[in-house]
Design a protein around this ligand. Structure first.
Ligand code: F6P
Length: 524
């Protein structure tokens, strides 16, 4: 079990300990050395392509335009914070809450960092709307209750046009109207200049707008305004986060691969999954505050690496599946299968050495603390997996601080870039997501046609309930009959269509109509 690592970066520690089972129990370091050229060519290429969130690398290069962009955001955030005492909601003494509206890369980083680093009693408590689930949105708004009046709403969307985020915004604005509040006095946008969201915020005169730059990817945006504004408002030291990320970036520029954490990590992934994603990455932080790290990594890794084609246009269907929750909790859920079942994974243990802040520990039995149990569970699971030839990587941090979290974010962002270069895919686009978005748009368009047909039949005297076949024929979409059934079942469950005969459990039995005739034909 070789051990390689980078130690003691200015008071904090990141060690990558790699345990693996080669055929002969060893690792081929010559193999790594041969890969350095590829890795570093790739890193340079990636940086030069500008298609990234590797802006910290750019910061070091004085004179690069990116430095101005990044400093602009930091400056805007600092100015905002400096003047925070003067910025008050119209109907409350001060802001007490943040409601962050965004999805994917515009939510996962801030969620992870809030869970990892927000103090127990932050100056502003954060909540998230990260879906277009009406009940989920209602829940967040209901939980805020009267404190909506002292809530800062941060709407985050790089593109400024993501439907879920737009819907969240519209729902929140409705809640503000119903509470008699002026949303524009409490709304902040983080988005690309001139996006739909940017224009909306500008025209409606929102409290503030922070820019997001084209070269900052959504899933690599935690260290941009996306992550930093919310973090700063929660009282998290964002300069320390940036310092940790910068230190990690420095380390990752080291062209001795065994001293380069991101290259090591990427090579471990490559080795463990045969460079084709043959094994899943199970991420197990042994620390409650890092619970959301695996969810954050799931997008970072899977959206970046899960690609149909490589850069030469070959169909490769690449990717690395990521899942995980936290240890030792997961030992009582699925570790049984990891130890003894199908061997289709490798584990990443995230180990945190500091159990509690200094002076707070106590021994719950002679010589043993609660944290010692957590430590023992991690080490025991790691050894048990190893003894059954299950590979694992251990990333160790001294403690969970803004600095180490910044370093972790940078470590994985860079590792993803390097791995993408190794397997020759573009880590910085997501063409596959478009297919689902397009199909969702088509479903909504079909729903409008269904509504128009049902409306017309419901306006007849007497009302004409229709079978599914009749609806699909009148929609000129017989091939979409299954989707039409789904649409009608959904509308019926929400009292927006009525079942005259039959039941949704037997699609061919149903006859459907609308409860009322809409003479204005709004659905057409
Ligand atoms: O920040 P936006 O543009 O709203 O996008 C949110 C998320 O949607 C995606 O584009 C995928 O649909 C992600 O890459 C992104 O993080």
């Amino acid at each position: 079990m070789p051990m390689v690592g980078n130690e003691d970066f200015d008071g904090w520690l990141v060690v990558v300990i790699v345990s693996w089972i080669g055929v002969d129990g060893s690792f081929d370091f010559d193999g790594i050395v041969m890969l350095i050229g590829i890795v570093f060519d790739a890193v340079v290429l990636v940086v030069h392509s500008g298609a990234i969130g590797v802006y910290r690398w750019m910061i070091c290069r004085k004179g690069h335009t990116a430095i101005f962009a990044v400093e602009l955001v930091l400056c805007a955030i600092s100015n905002h914070l400096a003047s925070q005492s003067q910025i008050k909601p119209p109907s409350a003494g001060r802001f007490t809450h943040i409601l962050s509206v965004g999805i994917g890369g515009s939510a996962l980083g801030p969620q992870f960092v809030a869970e990892a680093l927000a103090p127990d009693n932050p100056p502003l408590k954060i909540r998230f709307i990260d879906n277009t689930d009406p009940a989920g949105i209602d829940h967040q708004i209901a939980q805020l209750g009267a404190e909506l009046a002292s809530t800062l709403v941060i709407v985050v969307s790089k593109s400024g046009g993501t439907p879920e985020t737009r819907n969240g915004l519209l729902e929140v604005q409705k809640a503000f109207r119903e509470a008699g509040l002026d949303f524009s006095k409490q709304g902040v946008a983080i988005t690309q200049e001139n996006s739909l969201l940017d224009n909306t915020a500008r025209i409606e005169g929102w409290l503030a707008r922070f820019p997001m730059f084209d070269w900052v990817g959504g899933r690599t945006s935690e260290m941009s305004a996306v992550g930093l504004l919310a973090a700063a408002l929660q009282g998290i030291d964002i300069k320390e986060m940036l310092a940790g990320a910068a230190l990690m970036d420095d380390a990752n520029r080291n062209n001795v691969v065994r001293n380069n954490p991101a290259a090591l990590l990427a090579l471990c992934w490559y080795w463990a999954s045969d460079g084709v994603g043959s094994k899943d990455m199970v991420v197990l932080p042994y620390k409650d505050s890092l619970l959301l790290f695996s969810r954050y990594l799931q997008q970072l890794v899977m959206e970046s690496l899960g690609k149909e084609f490589d850069l030469d246009g070959n169909r490769v269907n690449q990717g690395l599946t990521v899942y995980g929750n936290k240890g030792s909790t997961d030992q009582h859920a699925y570790i049984q299968q990891l130890r003894e079942g199908v061997h289709n994974f490798f584990v990443t243990f995230i180990e945190v050495l500091r159990d509690r802040p200094p002076g707070h520990d106590w021994e719950l039995e002679p010589g043993v603390t609660c944290g010692d149990y957590l430590f023992g569970m991690l080490q025991g699971t790691r050894s048990a997996l190893y003894s059954n030839e299950r590979e694992s990587i251990t990333v160790t941090v001294q403690e969970v601080t803004p600095r180490s979290v910044g370093a972790l974010v940078a470590l994985y962002e860079r590792a993803v870039g390097i791995y993408a270069a190794l397997v020759n895919v573009n880590a910085y686009h997501q063409p596959g997501v478009e297919a689902g978005k397009k199909a969702a748009g088509e479903v909504l368009a079909l729903q409008k046609r269904v509504l128009a047909v049902l409306n017309e039949a419901s306006c007849k005297e007497p009302v004409e309930p229709l079978t599914l076949e009749e609806v699909s024929e009148r929609c000129h979409a017989p091939e979409d009959i299954e989707m039409i059934y789904k649409i009608i079942a959904h509308m019926a469950a929400n009292d927006r269509a009525l079942i005259a005969e039959g039941s949704c459990g037997s699609p061919r039995s149903i006859k459907v109509f609308l409860g009322e005739c809409n003479v204005d034909q709004l659905y057409a």
